[in-house]
Ligand binder design. Structure first.
Ligand code: COA
Length: 260
């Protein structure tokens, strides 16, 4: 088994990114964040990959968040700035054109939950424990948690979770809309891969533009979002795949997508 902090493989247009520090519950140190930043920067221009799955190595954790050992190391302002650049890999994920599925086993705490929140669809094993626990270390979420969680669950519930640092179960996370599916522990990767393959079988440009319309649309006023949706859907009316989709339907056969 490689000792790289992040493992990467691609099969059938699905990329799998595995956080690979199981001994420390996949806690994110500088090297791991740098690897994530590089991966997602490269994925933005990778037309072969249609869907991405993010998971954690081992059966105990998706990720226990920031590597707390690094908190006690002295850092210069320049080092802090560099660290910030790496922490922002989640923003690169959001701009990443492919849908990203999180397969969550065990704990997703602090930056680990923030990583899951930067994914598009979350599938959790029923043993999962999720929380933004930073307040217990006298800090606040710095990887988008204070912004993405309230957008999913509303202000009151997000503040309750962030101020208490509580850990919630997979069932509660499902009820709140923090995860989209809960499956028996150990089945989360199979379930994520099945969904990834299903999505990878869709017309690639439609998949990308659907994500762009939803993710960008959430950041802008409704009228501008409707305009964005109009532009993207008009663009899709000009593709070869759109003709192929209609013809395949009328000829009662499976479409063969070209991604153009
Ligand atoms: N950073 C660095 N190391 C971590 C870590 C983190 N975020 N989370 C776990 N580890 C390490 C532990 O120090 C331990 O290392 P050791 O074997 O050298 O002692 C190892 O991972 C296993 O952790 P342990 O606490 O023994 O396992 P557990 O199954 O009893 O508990 C957690 C797992 C994740 C619930 C617990 O480790 C925890 O609460 N971690 C901190 C989570 C957190 O606050 N994250 C937010 C950071 S901002």
């Amino acid at each position: 088994m490689s000792d790289a902090p992040v493992l990467y493989e691609v099969a059938d247009h699905v990329a799998t990114i595995t956080l690979n520090r199981p001994d420390v519950r996949n806690a994110m140190n500088t090297a791991l964040r740098e690897a994530m930043l590089q991966r997602f920067t490269a994925l933005a221009v990778d037309d072969d990959v249609r869907v991405v799955v993010v998971t954690g190595a081992g059966d105990r954790a998706f990720s226990a968040g920031a590597d707390i050992r690094e908190f006690v190391e002295a850092q210069s302002p320049t080092q802090f700035r560099e660290q910030r650049r790496r922490i922002d890999f989640r923003q690169v994920m959001e701009r990443c054109p492919q849908p990203i599925i999180a397969a969550i086993r065990g704990v997703a705490l602090g930056g680990g939950l923030e990583l899951a929140l930067a994914c598009d669809i979350r599938i959790a094993g029923d043993d999962a424990l999720l929380g933004l626990t930073e307040v217990n270390l006298a800090i606040i979420p710095g990887g988008g948690g204070t912004q993405r969680l309230p957008r999913l669950v509303g202000r009151g519930k997000a503040l309750e979770m962030i101020l208490t640092g509580a850990r919630i179960s997979a069932a509660e996370a499902l009820r709140l809309g923090i995860v989209e599916r809960v499956v028996p522990a150990g089945d989360e990767m199979t379930s994520a891969m099945a969904l990834a393959r299903e999505l990878a079988g869709k017309a690639p440009l439609a998949l990308r533009y659907a994500k762009e319309a939803v993710v960008k649309g959430l950041e802008i006023p409704l009228a501008e979002g409707i305009r964005l949706e109009g532009d993207l859907s008009t663009l899709l009316r000009t593709t070869e795949d759109r003709l192929e989709g209609a013809r395949a339907f009328l000829e009662k056969r499976k479409p063969s997508w070209k991604g153009k």
